[in-house]
Every structure is written in C-alpha cells, then in structure tokens.
Ligand binder design. Sequence first.
Ligand code: URA
Ligand code: SF4
Length: 277
Amino acid sequence: MSDGRALARAFLEQQRLLGGDPVILPDGATQGAPGTPGLRPGSVGAQATATPTSGTPGASSGNTSARPAPAADLPPPGLSFDPPGGDLFSNDPIPQAPSLAAIAQLVAACTTCRLCEGRRHTVPGEGPGDAQLLVVGEGPGRVEDETGRPFVGPAGELLTKILAAIELPRERVFICNIVKCRPPENRQPQYDEIAACVPYLFRQIEIVKPKVILAMGGTAAQTLLNTKQSLGALRNQVHRFRGTPVIVTYHPAALLRNPNWKKPTWDDVRIARRLIG
Ligand code: URA
Ligand code: SF4
C-alpha cells in the first residue's frame, strides 16, 4: 500500500518536472497496481495523450479508426530505413568492430572529419551493451567534450529526469550521439560530418540491439530515418531503423528553451516506454 503511494508521489513529481498539469490525488487514491503508475488508461498521464495527434501531419494519415485513439494505442507506422550492414569481405574496421569498447577505441583515434580538430575528448556514448532503450542526440556539447561522456551538461540533466520518469534509470539506457566530436560553438553538425561519423552509430545499434530507439531532435531523427522531414512531422509515428522501432521527440536542449514542449515530449517517451513493454 505505502509502496503504491510512494510510486504515485514519484510519478506526480515527474509529471510536474515534465510540465504536466498539477494533479491532486483524492484521499486514498492508491488502488493502482504498484509498478504501473501512470501507464494505465484513465490515469493522470492519459489526459496528456488525448490531444496531440490532431493537426500533426502523418499522425492522422495512417489512422483508419474513426474514434479518437485510446491512450493505450500506439501511433501509426511511419518511415523505415534499412541501410546496408557490414560487408564480410570489406576491411572497413567499423562495421566489423566486435564490441562497444572496440568502437570507442576507433572513435578515439578517428580523424575522418574536421570535427576532430577542436575536440578535447571524443564522446562515443555509454551504457550497457544489452540496453533495451538507445537514446540518440545530436553531438557533444562543452561539458561532454570536457568529460568524454554523453549528455552530462544541462541538457543531460533533463534527459536523466526524463528517463527516470519512464522508470528507466539512465544507467540502464545506452546514450549516444550522431557525431562523436563536439562541433565548434555547438553548431549543428554538417552533412559530410554526419556521413563520416554515422557508421559508428549504426554499428553501436547493431551491437546493442535495443528494443526501441529514441531520437532526440531533428538531427538524430533525420539521420536515423534518412529523411529531411521536420521533427514536427516525424513525431507521433512508430518509424523503423533496420526493423527496430524509432520514436522521435524534442531534444532536451530545446526543452530547456521551450518548456511548452515538455508535455509533448512526455507523450513521446511514454510511447517509447510502452513499446519496450
Ligand atoms: N546534446 C547532445 O545532443 N548530446 C549531448 O551529448 C549533449 C547535449
Ligand atoms: Fe571521426 Fe566522428 Fe569525430 Fe568526425 S565526428 S572525427 S567522423 S569520430
């Protein structure tokens, strides 16, 4: 019983952090099964998912149901990208790298694009090799470049909270970026830099075999889905990368500037959570 209360309290706090409406629990509202706070239809979070599908291009096109989708429904399928994998007969070391550590070593020595020039540390990514969720951002920022770790600056702190909110502590998630070296002044990585770096990410995904990929921000989404569609158009669909579901949401750095996007982000990460099971 007290377990249920504690979970409910934690859930409401997370909901507040993510910009949800304030909610007051009626007395004794602990009847929810412990371990599933907020994921049941009719719970607080369900209200947040009721609205955002309308008006989003793509969200309605694949939806054949006349009724509004219940909260537990998944969004319609979206794009599918199947880049070719490693060729057994090639001697390119990236697609042959046997482990995440081997990829990190290759990245540490990499000078394939100009981003190597200004870096202090490479930031290959981190997390368990059998993570169920793989999060992809854009590229290292200042703190990441200083430490060699992904998402440890202000955006990273928000990401850590978002992951806690779906009961996936960041230690259980593989977290990485499209480019592994910091772009000068945090500018967006350029097309040729992304093209040079993305084989590392593709191999990381192949090794981790996550159940779900969460693409945070336009650069991650457009790269993983090989499209120029806007982030707004790509949200609210279940895309696929080599068959693995890809959920697209806002970048946490954008959320820091635009708190209005916290609620849609909450909806997106809950979809990712539901896909993990
Ligand atoms: N922003 C990103 O996209 N990645 C990081 O690692 C940090 C901030
Ligand atoms: Fe190599 Fe990627 Fe760094 Fe460019 S950004 S130097 S491709 S590791």
